[in-house]
Design a protein around this ligand. Structure first.
Ligand code: ASP
Length: 353
């Protein structure tokens, strides 16, 4: 009888030790919440009206208990906004915090819950300013948490799977939405309402998540995180850079407003391969001569804006955005301006990042 009791006691102790060591082996994933539709709440399960950023991170985590099977989860609310209200201030706060957080031994990866509207911008900003090889994954949802068939819970699960996977190390900041893993350089929101909204039309997804496992098909050659020359450690505000959108018959009022307001850089969302209407051309050339940095990007969603096609960029000191859309060009130009005003150096950033 005594031997039997001892046997049970030994088995119990072994099981506890085993489960403790199993728990320790699971990666520690910290979730930073910023709001968005993934935390949105509405009054109807079938309607589209809702308010983003209503649900606290603790509730989002509690709604997906499966997360605890893959990682030791902790969470923290950073802001609670619709990402249409995203700001340089929040970006800098996130970058500063991530640079401290990811140095910690007890943090193996970070997931950021975020609205989808500006997710590609935040991902790209962090891709250039966070110095870590550890996985950083942005995730959101197209349907509010109160919707029928809300996409947030599975997206969050897939994001934690991706942040927990050793295969995700050193790939730069990632976006995980609707099963796809996308790189920050190329990910774009392509549809206003569809759950399959994030795509990388110029280069394709890096991989996908299926049944709790990541599958990667490619890596990016674009520079990011550890290779990035941009350092925001001591930066509290970013240079002012605005975007001018082009269309037939465009007039120069909006452009003149940016010039008169002292913007240091202007991104031109041009037509075709970044072409510029004659009503804007002279003003942009003058602005460039005055020392305002001008990046030619395009309102066309795919394909690069190439150097010296219909416009002789070297004559005007213009910079071609390559594959970066206007909103990402703005981010790279802001960061570039923290280092230099030389348009040739800035062109090399646009070629490489
Ligand atoms: N307006 C929302 C946001 O970006 C949309 C979403 O999250 O899907 O915060």
């Amino acid at each position: 009888m005594k031997t039997l009791r001892l046997f049970f006691l030994f088995t119990l102790v072994s099981l506890i030790a085993l489960s403790a060591s199993y728990a320790q082996k699971r990666p520690n994933i910290h979730i930073l919440a910023t709001g968005g539709t993934i935390a949105g709440a509405g009054t109807s399960t079938t309607g589209t009206a809702y308010t983003p950023g209503q649900v606290a991170i603790s509730e989002l985590i509690a709604a997906v208990p499966e997360l605890n099977e893959i990682a030791n989860i902790t969470g923290e609310q950073i802001v609670r906004i619709g990402s249409q209200d995203m700001s340089d201030e929040v970006w800098l706060k996130l970058a500063h915090y991530l640079n401290t957080l990811l140095k910690r031994q007890d943090v193996d990866g970070v997931v950021i819950t975020h609205g989808t509207d500006t997710m590609e911008e935040t991902a790209f900003f962090l891709n250039l300013t966070v110095k870590s090889n550890k996985p950083i994954v942005l995730v959101g949802a197209m349907r509010a948490s109160t919707s029928l068939s809300a996409d947030g819970p599975l997206n969050l699960y897939n994001a934690v799977v991706t942040a927990s996977a050793t295969e995700s190390t050193g790939r730069g900041v990632l976006i995980v939405m609707n099963g796809l893993i996308l790189g920050a350089h190329s990910a774009m929101k392509m549809n206003t309402i569809d759950v399959q909204t994030f795509q990388a039309p110029n280069s394709g997804a890096l991989g996908y998540v299926f049944n709790g496992k990541v599958h990667y098909n490619q890596t990016t050659d674009k520079l990011h995180t550890m290779q990035s020359v941009f350092d925001v450690t001591n930066i509290e505000t970013l240079p002012k850079v605005g975007i001018i959108y082009s269309y037939s018959n465009v007039e120069s009022d909006a452009l003149e407003a940016l010039i008169n307001k002292g913007y240091e850089g202007i991104v031109h969302a041009g037509v075709g391969n970044g072409n510029i209407h004659k009503n804007l051309f002279g003003k942009l050339a003058d602005a460039s001569r005055q020392g305002i940095l001008i990046v030619r990007s395009s309102r066309v969603p795919t394909g690069p804006t190439t150097l010296g096609a219909e416009i002789d960029d070297s004559e005007y000191g213009f910079i071609a955005s390559q594959e970066l859309n206007p909103q990402k060009s703005r981010i790279l130009l802001m960061l570039a301006l923290t280092k230099t005003k030389n348009y040739k150096t800035i062109q090399t950033y646009f070629n490489n990042y």
